[in-house]
Write a protein that binds this ligand. Structure first.
Ligand SMILES: N[C@@H](CCC(=O)N[C@@H](CS)C(=O)NCC(=O)O)C(=O)O
Length: 208
């Protein structure tokens, strides 16, 4: 058995944050596929044995379970020493961007993609609301990245890995990222150029 086990599925960008970190750090890890689209995260067994919150990702390491991608990234940064804060100020800055990501940057985009790109709801008041909120969050990050290579400066940290959760999926959202948010587009290219980078659909394949 691998040192790390990650409960995940390929469509989950939140799970991708953890999978990408494990892969970029060269960790010995394996995926435990979760059948999310058939209710796999909502069963009593999953909630009692894996994660009471009923969500992926969940990281197993040394007999412990960790949920919430931000916590998993923090744990792995401490365990590997990679993509970590170098001082207290950076630690707070990583926390600031990770909270913003979980509340807005990932959250609105992921819900919009789920409805519009995967469930194919078509245009509804909800998708219009989510697209407006996504554009607002992306504009904040685009402006911040106008003068930096990565969120904290020249080096990527777990803050970048958190915000990168959903930026490589291509399902329709009605947003043209390259045109509307060129700095986010360029930053995503820099993440994809990191050694060992893989697309979420290659990193977390469905079981054979
Ligand atoms: N803030 C959480 C979000 C996790 C989350 O929303 N996971 C989704 C998959 S992307 C999930 O498992 N949802 C289960 C459900 O809604 O039933 C994190 O960053 O880990």
């Amino acid at each position: 058995m691998s040192e790390y086990r990650l409960h995940c599925f390929k469509e989950s960008g939140n799970a991708y944050k953890a999978a990408l970190m494990l892969e970029l750090c060269g960790c010995d890890w394996q995926m435990v596929w979760v059948d999310y689209f058939n209710g796999g995260t909502r069963t009593d067994g999953f909630k009692s044995e894996v994660n009471e919150m009923g969500e992926c990702p969940v990281l197993e390491h040394k007999g412990r379970h960790f949920s919430q991608s931000g916590v998993i990234l923090d744990y792995l940064a401490a365990a590997t020493g990679k993509f970590a804060a170098r001082d207290e100020e950076e630690r707070r800055e990583i926390l600031r961007w990770t909270l913003f990501d979980n509340h807005k940057f990932t959250s609105y985009f992921a819900t919009l993609r789920f409805l519009f790109g995967l469930q194919k709801t078509g245009e509804t008041p909800v998708t219009e609301f989510l697209r407006t909120r996504t554009r607002g969050a992306y504009a904040v990050v685009d402006k911040h990245l106008a003068s930096r290579k990565f969120l904290l400066g020249d080096q990527p940290t777990i803050a970048d890995i958190s915000l990168a959760g959903y930026v490589f999926y291509k399902e329709a959202t009605g947003i043209d990222r390259a045109k509307e948010f060129p700095n986010v587009e360029a930053w995503a290219g820099r993440i994809a150029a990191l050694p060992r980078w893989k697309h979420p659909y290659d990193l977390m394949p469905d079981p054979a």
